[in-house]
Write a protein that binds this ligand. Structure first.
Ligand SMILES: Cc1cc2nc3c(=O)[nH]c(=O)nc-3n(C[C@H](O)[C@H](O)[C@H](O)COP(=O)(O)O)c2cc1C
Length: 182
């Protein structure tokens, strides 16, 4: 069992998505055991995608070697951090994680579990006034769906709405992380 733990928050020790992604990894590892590989995309960023970089296999090989991938994904400016986008640009690779067929695209990376620790400053749930501005969960569902994976989400939202809301969101996400492994 290999768990690939990806973090992308730029906010260091105060990061909510880092706390939640770690709680998920600890929870899954406690049940399944195995090896945990941690990639900190803020400390060690991948460059923007270029044409030559399309030939790189390091990130996608590491992704494909994992059974479970846990991703810390904060909302920055309504979508994922640019560091996480650069990693996804290495993962969605034609002929490797998906292919085009006569009947449409086909995902080739199924059979893995992807769990996303998603933190957002505001509230973007279905039916809320800002729901249409949500491009983290919707984007990650589309991107992983395209390669054959239905991602799971642990949500901490309303982080910027005050200390009480922040604590409640963190407590709820930590509890949800514990239940994930069951
Ligand atoms: C650069 C930056 C941009 C942000 N943009 C948004 C945003 O568009 N919408 C929102 O609801 N919160 C936004 N926030 C708040 C974060 O989503 C929130 O603080 C979340 O906890 C960040 O995750 P982190 O604590 O792991 O860094 C932003 C925060 C930062 C630092």
């Amino acid at each position: 069992m290999t768990i690939l733990h990806i973090d992308s928050s730029i906010t260091g020790d105060s990061s909510v998505s880092r706390q939640v992604s770690k709680a998920i990894v600890d929870s899954v590892a406690a049940v399944s055991g195995g090896v945990v590989i941690h990639r900190d995309l803020a400390a060690d960023p991948l460059p923007h995608l270029t044409l030559p970089a399309l030939a790189e296999r390091e990130a996608v090989d590491e992704f494909l070697a994992a059974d479970t991938i846990v991703i810390g994904a904060p909302m920055y400016n309504f979508t994922v951090p640019t560091q996480l986008k650069a990693w996804i640009d290495r993962i969605l690779l034609a002929g490797v994680t998906f292919r085009y067929t006569a009947t449409g695209p086909e995902g080739l990376a199924g059979g893995r579990r992807v769990i996303v620790a998603l933190s957002r400053g505001g509230l973007y749930g279905a039916g809320s006034p800002a729901a249409g501005l949500e491009h983290v969960e919707s984007y990650l569902r589309a991107a992983f769906g395209f390669i054959g994976i239905v991602p799971e989400f642990v949500l901490a939202e309303g982080i910027a709405l005050g200390a009480e809301q922040r604590e409640q969101a963190l407590a709820g996400a930590t509890e949800a992380a514990l239940k994930l492994a069951a």
